[in-house]
Write a protein that binds this ligand. Sequence first.
Ligand SMILES: [Zn+2]
Length: 104
Amino acid sequence: MEKISCEVVRDLLESYQEELVTDTTNKIIEQHLKKCEECRKIERKMQLQMELQREQRQKREKTFCKKLISYRYEILGFFTGVVAILGIFLLVVVVQELAMELFW
Ligand SMILES: [Zn+2]
């Protein structure tokens, strides 16, 4: 198996974690990580960072969903208000028409 330097491994770590490397590269990196503590530490750190980012993203998505739900009620309330105002307006028009027919 070809040996690669720590620098190359660290360069490839991100792609390795996202499973974007070929099987051969994957094996080479895994073998290197077994032997090299420094790179292993960096790999752990990157993994933790990725997990943290994923958690933050999920939190953001949850907050966004919650906001959307509360806004949905506001929008619903707004349209209910518009419909109510339109209803009242129509009622006034109808009443006026009736009054005109009755008194003129
Ligand atoms: Zn190394």
